[in-house]
Ligand binder design. Structure first.
Ligand code: SAM
Length: 279
């Protein structure tokens, strides 16, 4: 009989966010693999769950080797639970290698979903949630950082970024320079905790906001996507109206605007006809 790998989300601050399924998984696991065994021991102790020699460490520096060992235990029938310090394993946290090792071995993987800072910040940001891009931590320096920030500047979807408190000011400054001071941003801090705060404004205002206080706690940045530069109906209307005022016929105005703005001719012609008829 084989067991399974169970990825279990834990609270990102407020312990009230623990779920019944999370507690059950922690109670019944044969092996409790944790990013930081001390933190997980504290979580277990808070909920009165004995560690009973089940804890083992799996973090970014030993994930490949430990994952291989854990997969062997699952193949022997063990229920192996993996938790990180906070939130969903595998999201800017270890866990992905354990999943791929389990898939390669043909084993079952379960997930106990729960708190996640990116999604909590996104839904509180007030920015569009229908499409979004998760960027995790942006590289700290050099070409990698420049390339990533360049891609973020062009990204049309809402972008969610994690950052450490001592680097958040520099990141917002870089974003303001590359994306423009007008682009909107929400800065979510200490989500689900006593000092939870979500600040909303433009990138230009955000630079000043962060310069006025020492960043403390955990941060998620949610940045508005790049606004499409495709000309809209208002742009077509303005260009057609200029051409008509110059004395062009409706047809000529439509031809000219369709060519210069790269919009469909029938759209330009419809607007030219509306404008001419309303004179
Ligand atoms: N796996 C976690 C998750 O599901 O959200 C993320 C782990 S990542 C190593 C830690 C980063 O997540 C922090 O630097 C911060 O950007 C963000 N984060 C975690 N908890 C947070 C909180 N309570 N408030 C704001 N951001 C948080």
């Amino acid at each position: 009989m084989t067991g399974s790998v169970v990825l279990v989300a834990t609270p990102i601050g407020n312990l009230g966010d623990i779920s019944e399924r999370c507690l059950e998984a922690l109670r019944t696991a044969d092996v409790l693999a944790a990013e930081d065994t001390r933190r997980t021991r504290a979580l277990l102790s808070h909920f009165g769950i004995p560690a009973s020699g089940r804890l083992t460490a799996m973090h970014a520096h030993n994930e490949a080797a430990v994952a291989a060992r854990l997969v062997e235990k699952v193949a022997d029938g063990a229920q192996v639970v993996y938790v990180t310090d906070a939130g969903m394993p595998g999201i800017s946290d270890p866990g992905a290698r354990l999943v791929s090792a389990a898939i390669d071995a043909g084993l079952d993987i379960e997930v106990v979903p729960g708190p996640n800072a990116a999604l909590a910040a996104l839904v509180q940001s007030g920015l569009p949630t229908d499409r979004f891009a998760f960027e995790g931590f942006v590289p700290r320096k050099g070409r990698d950082r420049a390339d990533r920030l360049g891609a973020i500047a062009e990204e049309p979807r809402t972008v969610v970024i994690y950052e450490a408190p001592h680097r958040v000011g520099a990141l917002v400054q870089d974003l303001a320079e590359l994306l423009g001071a007008q682009r909107r941003i929400a800065i979510a801090r200490e989500l689900t905790k006593v000092h939870e705060e979500v600040w909303r404004g433009s990138l230009g205002e955000a630079v000043e906001h962060l310069a006025e206080r020492e960043p403390r706690g955990e941060y998620v940045l949610v940045v508005e996507g790049a606004v499409s530069e495709e000309p809209g109906e208002d742009d077509v209307r303005a260009a057609v109206s200029v051409a008509l005022a110059r004395g062009a016929s409706g047809r000529d105005a439509a031809d000219e605007v369709a060519r210069t703005l790269g919009v469909p001719r029938n759209l330009a012609y419809r607007i030219a006809t509306e404008l001419r008829d309303s004179r």
